[in-house]
Design a protein around this ligand. Structure first.
Ligand code: SF4
Ligand code: SF4
Length: 367
């Protein structure tokens, strides 16, 4: 039986590689010490308005705090990771005042949720074929029943914690999963399975004494190593936050219009990060360091057409234009003043309010 479990585990990892994943590993479907901090993190308000993280079960317990409670049938978690890096500069290397920054993961043509889920389904199918079609399982003629569930961000599970226990990478002080050879430009997908597979060893923490990400974060969102306050994080502010952004955070947002890569750009483990081989993650022209005026003036129709299958839809047109107005205020470029005048009269309150703030900031700046 033990030999067969190892064979199936190897088969799963080969299937992950065949599906195009760069890394895969197996974690036991057990509650880990890290998950005990999750309710505390939620209670402290550090998840900001991301209510989906606060999903609760019938007893009122947080679903993501205990896999054992929410999926008691699960025995193993298959964690798969795929590199989405492209051969383009880091945000910390470009300084064009006419242009903004869209996070690296959102440059692709296809939404990563779909691209990763499609690959997970391939792994799930290979596992199912190997187990359910098995004529003899450990000496028993009856094959075991198999339950599997694939998730990309949407499951009742804190993926990065299980990625650590699957040996895929360690959780860095910036709270991202980092792999020793691939870096941290990784999308994660997980498959919960009722089958007990051979677990990998947890990845050791290799952050050491480094604090680059904490020092570089412009809004001090990394409160302490491994502790993120989403309320201050530019990724949260530009993507998830609806309505106006608190004025005291706007200057720190720089020219970020969707997401933020700074704490990964400065990470030494990303210095030699390889590029992805997955065709879906090739960058779309125009999204690397995009023109701020283009984003701010984008019509509803153009937004729909441009971002049809893109994760950028999540910010909505309103959020993207709001962010572009703030970025113009932080650009030091007074050529944006006429456009900001127009935006200050926009029918969307958060766009108009941001444009007024940006105008004042540009006029007050010493050029
Ligand atoms: S994504 Fe940006 S704002 Fe958020 S923690 Fe990293 S550096 Fe700070
Ligand atoms: S920048 Fe340094 S401390 Fe931060 S995640 Fe990378 S290695 Fe860890």
């Amino acid at each position: 039986m033990a030999t067969r479990i190892h064979e199936i585990t190897d088969l799963v990892k080969r299937a992950a590689e065949d599906a195009g994943f760069d890394l895969s590993g197996i974690a036991p479907a057990a509650d880990t010490p890290e998950l005990q901090h999750f309710p505390e993190w939620i209670a402290s308000g550090h998840a900001a308005e991301m209510k989906y993280l606060e999903a609760r079960d019938d007893r009122g317990d947080l679903k993501r705090a205990s896999l054992a409670r929410v999926a008691p049938w699960a025995r193993s978690v298959i964690v798969c990771a795929i590199n989405y890096n492209t051969d383009n500069p880091y945000s910390t290397e470009v300084h064009d005042p006419d242009r903004g920054w869209i996070s690296r993961y959102a440059w692709s043509r296809e939404d990563y949720h779909d691209a990763v889920l499609r690959r997970l389904r391939q792994v799930e199918a290979a596992l199912s074929e190997a187990v359910v079609g098995e004529p003899m399982w450990g000496g028993h003629s009856c094959p075991p029943t198999l339950t599997t569930r694939s998730y990309v961000d949407t499951g009742p599970i804190v993926e990065r914690v299980f990625a650590k226990y699957a040996g895929v990478g360690w959780v860095g002080k910036n709270t991202c999963i980092i792999n020793q050879t691939k870096g941290s430009w990784l999308f994660l997908g997980v498959i919960l399975t009722s089958l007990e597979l051979a677990p990998d060893l947890p990845a050791p923490d290799r952050c050491g004494t480094c604090t680059r990400c904490i020092d570089a974060c412009p809004t001090d969102a990394i409160l302490a190593p491994y502790q993120l306050d989403s309320n201050k994080c530019i990724s949260y502010l530009t993507i998830e936050k609806r309505g106006s952004i608190s004025e005291d955070l706007r200057a720190g947002m720089g020219r970020h219009v969707f997401g933020c890569d700074i704490c990964q750009d400065v990470c030494p483990w990303n210095r030699k990060a390889p590029s992805s081989t997955a065709p879906e993650f090739a960058h779309r022209p125009g999204l690397v360091n995009p023109a701020l005026a283009w984003l701010a003036e984008m019509s509803a129709e153009e937004f729909r057409a441009t971002f049809r299958a893109s994760p950028i839809r999540r910010a909505k047109r309103s959020g993207l234009r709001r962010n572009a107005a703030i970025a113009m205020g932080n650009s030091g470029n007074r050529e944006f003043l006429p456009l900001l005048d127009q935006l200050a009269a926009d029918e969307d309150d958060s766009v108009a309010d941001s444009a007024r703030w940006a105008k004042e900031r540009l006029l007050a700046s010493n050029l």
